[in-house]
Write a protein that binds this ligand. Structure first.
Ligand SMILES: Cc1cc2nc3c(=O)[nH]c(=O)nc-3n(C[C@H](O)[C@H](O)[C@H](O)COP(=O)(O)O)c2cc1C
Length: 353
């Protein structure tokens, strides 16, 4: 049975136009990534995980994660933490920042996060996990969703015990990445578990893990009954993968198209993070993007060594002169971040000062 990936669906009252969700990824899911994802067919995009403690302490960099652009909607902002009250306060700020959904992270396997009692450890503490979801659902009017791993240890089925309790506590959607925290990214995502979770709950389930092609997306949707698939690593520097999954358009981008998308990405990221942070942040993206377009290997190494993004841009245009025109076209159609990106938060969010 073929599933139509262009068929809209809903989380609570939020309508999502396609069955593809762009994964939250720390160090990747900046605004430029999310906006590009929407343009290439993602129906829902998500911020990287934001620390609720960082929000509580008005940490400047943390608040930067709460910037929402006008053309990102629908957008989820993901928060992590272990204290129900602090999470509820953070959720209020997320709502005030203009997010359509607040997503709670019960999946992060990284020790820095789990040792604070947040992320995947909460899968082993269903009582506290449910209290967090309940407090967040109580605090905001927008729908609350949760993203989980299967459990902490290999073979764990904790998600099947916790999932229904989180729904009872107020979660209106669950995303499952069916690897254990211990597995990190090794082995395979076991979507048989996703199918079991779908049977247990009456809210939409999003299947995350190892979806990189239309064929795989179709297979996962058909065999699990999930409402949507989530794509993470497959979309890093490769928005064309999203188009292939949603529309079946498998045409390889030309060298000019690759350069044009990368240049736009660089410009927007500099606008968001500033040149100093952006130039380091962007380095990993050069290798990812230039996997397409038949660029010689030394070219990628050369880009990584350049000191400024301006030099990177010049070098990219030299390698694909036709791309400059494409960038102009893109900038004419994509609403300019300069007039469109809102930092639409009440002054109270900055603590008034
Ligand atoms: C670099 C990186 C950062 C990630 N950061 C987050 C995060 O902040 N929040 C989260 O819920 N999942 C995070 N994930 C997990 C992804 O959202 C996704 O569930 C996982 O990568 C499996 O999907 P994939 O096989 O399509 O990549 C991250 C994954 C990667 C590779």
């Amino acid at each position: 049975m073929q599933v139509d990936l262009r068929q809209p669906w809903q989380i609570g009252s939020v309508e999502i136009p396609t069955r593809l969700v762009l994964a939250p990824m720390a160090g990747v899911s900046v605004q430029a990534f999310r906006r590009q994802g929407r343009r290439f067919g993602a129906g829902l995009v998500c911020s990287e995980m934001v620390s609720c403690a960082g929000i509580e302490h008005r940490n400047e960099r943390t608040l930067g994660y709460l910037r929402v652009a006008g053309d990102e909607h629908p957008l989820a902002i993901q928060i992590f933490g272990s204290d129900p009250r602090v999470m509820a306060d953070a959720a209020r700020m997320v709502e005030a920042a203009g997010a359509d959904l607040v997503d709670i992270n019960f999946g992060c396997p990284v020790r820095k996060v789990t040792k604070t009692g947040a992320g995947a450890t909460l899968l082993e503490d269903p009582e506290r996990a449910a209290r967090i979801v309940g407090a967040v659902a109580e605090a905001v009017d927008i729908p609350v969703s949760v993203k989980m791993r299967r459990g902490l240890g290999d073979g764990s089925r904790a998600c099947l015990e916790v999932g229904p309790r989180l729904v009872e506590a107020g979660a209106q959607s669950l995303t499952l990445h069916p690897r254990s925290a211990r597995q990190m990214y090794t082995g395979e995502a076991d979507h048989r578990l996703t199918a079991e979770l779908v049977e247990l709950v009456d809210v939409p389930v999003i299947a995350s893990g190892d979806v990189t092609s239309r064929a795989r997306a179709q297979a996962v949707l058909a065999t699990t009954g999930a409402a949507a698939v989530m794509v993470g690593r497959g979309a890093q520097g490769n928005p064309w993968a999203l188009r292939e999954i949603v529309d079946g358009d498998a045409a390889d981008p030309s060298r000019e198209e690759v350069v044009a998308e990368l240049v736009l990405f660089v410009r927007e990221t500099v606008r968001e993070l500033g040149e100093r942070r952006a130039s380091g942040f962007l380095k990993k993206f050069y290798g990812w993007y230039l996997g397409r377009g038949r660029f010689p290997r030394p070219f990628k190494q050369e880009l990584v060594q350049l000191a400024t993004t301006e030099e990177v841009e010049t070098r990219l245009f030299a390698a694909a002169p036709g791309a400059a025109e494409l960038v102009e076209e893109l900038e004419a159609t994509v609403p300019s971040a300069a007039d469109d990106v809102l930092l639409d938060m009440p002054i109270s969010i900055y603590g008034g000062g």
